[in-house]
Design a protein. Sequence first.
Length: 399
Amino acid sequence: MLSRLGQAAACLALVLLYSVTRNIDFSYYNGGAIVLLTSTFQRVKHDGDWFTRENPIYLTGGKLSDTLNTITEPVRASPEKRRCTNVTLCVTGIINSRGRFDAIERQLQSLEQSPYRGMRVVVVSDLLPRNKTYYGPYIAAVRERPNVQLYVVRVEEKEYLGIGRGRNLALSYVTTPYFLQLDDDFVWVRGTNISLALDTLEGSDAGVIGGRKTGGKAFYGLVRYNERKRIIVYVMGCGYSDLVSGYPKYGSAIQVDKTINFFLARTDAVVRAGGWDPYQRYNEHVEFFIRLKRHGVKVLYMDSFEIGHRRTRYPIEIDYDTMKDTKRFLGIFFANFALRAIISCDCERYNSERQWCSKGHRQSYGGVPTDTEVALPSFDYVQPFYGEIGDEVIADKTK
């Protein structure tokens, strides 16, 4: 048995090896242990978060309007030689879930029917549903797939990891230059052309390219800020080329501030931006793209880049209303940026001089707590899942 000092030294050596292998500056991580799973270290305690959580108000030392109302530099062609042409070798999919293994397996089956069937996928779930009869075969199918790494997080009862922290955890296992953000209830379709998206990023200085849900409204746009009223304005279906005369498009893509939660991204760019805010367990989306813009990550939207979406029920033990407490978690977002409200409208109703919508949908939460010190759920360790449902989630081997 290794002594505590010996274990610490071995862990440090693994972290240094991991950082060299991934070529990522670990100063962006917030003092916590990177979770490395080996047969020697069966339980790896964490003492912090994997990614930074900076106060968004003071993230750049300037005003929020200085970031959001600045016209981003156009995406330009990259003079560097392209490194990646093979999606399965250069891209890792990440999926964060709350135990919806039926939806995950359905998505993995659709991936298997696509040209990218060998692509590695990291799945993080903080729940093993109690209904073994229904979920058991799905869990078994997911964990037996050779290209899938499944990690189950043990959290306190009636708690959950949250979207922000779950995605950060999944991202911490990505070793490829690019990752594909996927919701658990997505389904791969003919328009899920990762090769086209990869070619676009490889040939440019953009950091993220997002797509749309098949048959749905294209939720992309610009995020602006009305400083006098302390209100964020979301201009839907609008790119910089729609707002600024002479602003160039990039091939078949347009430059935006925000897309849906289906996008291909450069791993190092998102890590440098700090990943997702772990305190935003829900409604993490706008904060994530504001964070990218603050760090100079350029975002593209491509209409032909599609993913299917099939709504799926959560396991019966999940309190859906508590999990998606929109008022609470939007309240955290509002407090972080000292906001009074969010409004949204399309391009035709947006006045760029006044940073305002002539008509629009308003989200305003009076009386929400402004205390941003929201406790994160605690958990002891993270392990790849090999046991039977209901067993302790302790690995006896690496995958």
